[in-house]
Structure formats: C-alpha cells, structure tokens
Design a protein around this ligand. Structure first.
Ligand SMILES: *[C@@H]1O[C@H](CO)[C@@H](O)[C@H](O)[C@H]1NC(C)=O
Length: 155
C-alpha cells in the first residue's frame, strides 16, 4: 500500500518529463535545398503536448529543449541560437549558450543522427504571451538546421 502511494506521488505530482512536441521546418525561398532533417523535438515541461497545444512555460524557471537531427553537412564548429520569431524581425534569446558543440556531439558528420540538448532560463522579464520560437543551428558555411515551434509564457 505504501509503495502504491509512492508510485502515485512520483507518477502524477511534481515529476515532469520531456514531451514530444509539434514543430515545423523554417521557411525558405522555393527551390532551396534543405541541409538538415529534424526528426523530433522534446520540451520539458510541456503538459500540453498531448493536446498539440503550445507548451506553457513558467517565467523564472528553466525549460529543457532537445531535438534529434541528421545534418547533410560537416561541422567542427557549430553555433546555435533561439529567436522570438515574428514577421518583422527575429529577436535572439539573450543569455543562452550559443556554442552548439557544448550541447551536441562535434564534429557533426553528414548523415549521422544526433541529439542536441539544452536547458535555458525563461526570464521573468519576457512578456507573458504566446510566441513562435525559431531554433537555428549552423556551421561555418552557413548550412543549417532550423525549425519553429510555439510556446506560451505565463505569469
Ligand atoms: C544548403 O547548403 C547549400 C550549399 O552550401 C546552400 O546553397 C543552401 O542555401 C543551404 N540551404 C539552407 C536551407 O540553408
């Protein structure tokens, strides 16, 4: 009985796991060759994932984001950055680690499936609303992996 209670506790309260979320590829001019396949994107926490709604993230807390990708390119130096995407301008996230090699295995080899994994602070100063987040990772030749997903920051 005790063990059952323990299971309930860890199963349903306060234990968050990474959830597979919906995403789309970045937009490019027609005829542009894509240089990277993004297989799966995971966010922690994201209780909304099963309803295919934007992940609700608490400002002042950390969020983990991971994605599996296969690049067509090589890269011994890689940069990565997240942006608040909009029609007008993509505003870079401040304070995140932009050396992607600290978050994935380098050098990146063409055709090899790999994972990138990062934890980022969601600042209290970010306005509470729904955003499109654009995630880019690129090599010295500007070949990139890029995808977009939605998050909702709450007060
Ligand atoms: C993919 O790489 C090629 C060759 O470097 C480049 O011309 C093209 O713009 C790249 N595509 C994207 C989407 O970055």
């Amino acid at each position: 009985m005790k063990y059952y209670a323990l299971f309930l506790l860890f199963g349903f309260v306060g234990y968050s796991v990474s959830e597979v979320i919906q995403f789309r590829n970045c937009d490019y001019p027609e005829g542009t060759k894509l240089n990277c396949t993004v297989h799966e994107v995971r966010v922690n926490p994201c209780a909304e994932a099963s309803q295919e709604k934007p992940c609700r993230l608490q400002r002042g807390e950390d969020a983990s984001i991971a994605f599996d990708y296969t690049a067509d390119f090589e890269g011994s130096t890689l940069e990565s950055r997240a942006y608040w995407a909009s029609q007008v301008i993509d505003l870079p996230f401040v304070g995140m680690e932009t050396n992607a090699c600290a978050k994935t295995v380098c050098p990146v080899q063409p055709g090899q499936k790999q994972t990138y994994d990062i934890k980022i602070p969601i600042m209290k100063s970010y306005p509470a609303r729904t955003y499109d987040v654009k995630w880019r990772m690129w090599n010295a030749q500007n070949q990139e992996c890029c995808f977009i997903f939605a998050i909702k920051l709450q007060k």
